[in-house]
Design a protein around this ligand. Structure first.
Ligand code: SAH
Length: 203
């Protein structure tokens, strides 16, 4: 997985590669999908949701340019896999999940695996998570029709937001960065995520 799916596609940060090699992805997928846990694609995790492809997890994490001391918000906990990867790289992770059952299951697994710096919240992450804002980085794991304003508002100075924006089907991976009161935006590759729900998601 590390060589052919991630490093070969240009993600070379040794810290990130080490973490992707250490987090047990098979623990985050349902038992009957386990033999595909390290394959090059997303997998179903129930409730019509998916755990992202390993490369996309690595790419979005890489785009946040994390050094270690950051506090990070993830929207769309799902299985908890992306949160576990983030938790190994930064000081503190807050992750918000819309579907209570998925959130509770992820929280249990993250606790079992010893991730003490991850806080799982149940709620509408399209509104961010104001109680712990601002964040040095925000990662959204579901496709938004437009960048949700509350997420931009909850970025710290210099903070970065990575999210898929676009219609159902395919979206563009966007990277936003706060510079004072203005925000710069760049586009990365085309991706396919499940829809973001909630107030700033798809109705
Ligand atoms: N990061 C996850 C993949 C998540 S799939 C992993 O590593 O497994 C996208 C998730 O976003 C789904 O679990 C879905 O329920 C959740 N989601 C969709 N809209 C949301 C919202 N408004 N707030 C929080 N979570 C949301």
């Amino acid at each position: 997985m590390l060589e052919t799916q991630i490093a070969h596609r240009g993600i070379l940060d040794p810290r990130l590669l080490a973490v992707m090699g250490n987090v047990p992805r098979h623990r985050f997928v349902p038992p009957d999908e386990r033999m595909w846990a390290y394959s090059d694609g997303p997998l179903p995790i129930g409730h019509g949701q998916t755990i992202s492809q390993p490369y996309i997890v690595a790419l979005m994490t890489d785009l946040l340019r994390l050094d270690g001391p950051e506090r990070v918000l993830e929207v769309g906990t799902g299985s908890g896999y992306q949160a576990a990867v983030l938790a190994c790289l930064v000081a503190e992770v807050h992750t918000v999940e819309f579907i209570p059952e998925l959130g509770r299951q992820a929280a249990r697994l993250l606790q079992d695996l010893g991730h003490k710096n991850v806080h799982v919240h149940i709620g509408d992450g399209s509104l961010g998570w104001q109680a712990a804002a601002p964040y040095d980085a925000i990662l959204v794991a579901a496709a938004a029709p437009d960048v949700p304003q509350p997420l931009l508002d909850q970025l710290a100075e210099g903070g970065r937001l990575v999210l898929p924006v676009g219609g159902r089907g395919f979206q563009e991976l966007q990277i936003w960065q706060r510079e004072g009161t203005t925000f710069s935006q760049k586009n990365n590759i085309a991706v396919a995520f499940v829809p973001l729900r909630g107030e700033h998601g798809w109705k």
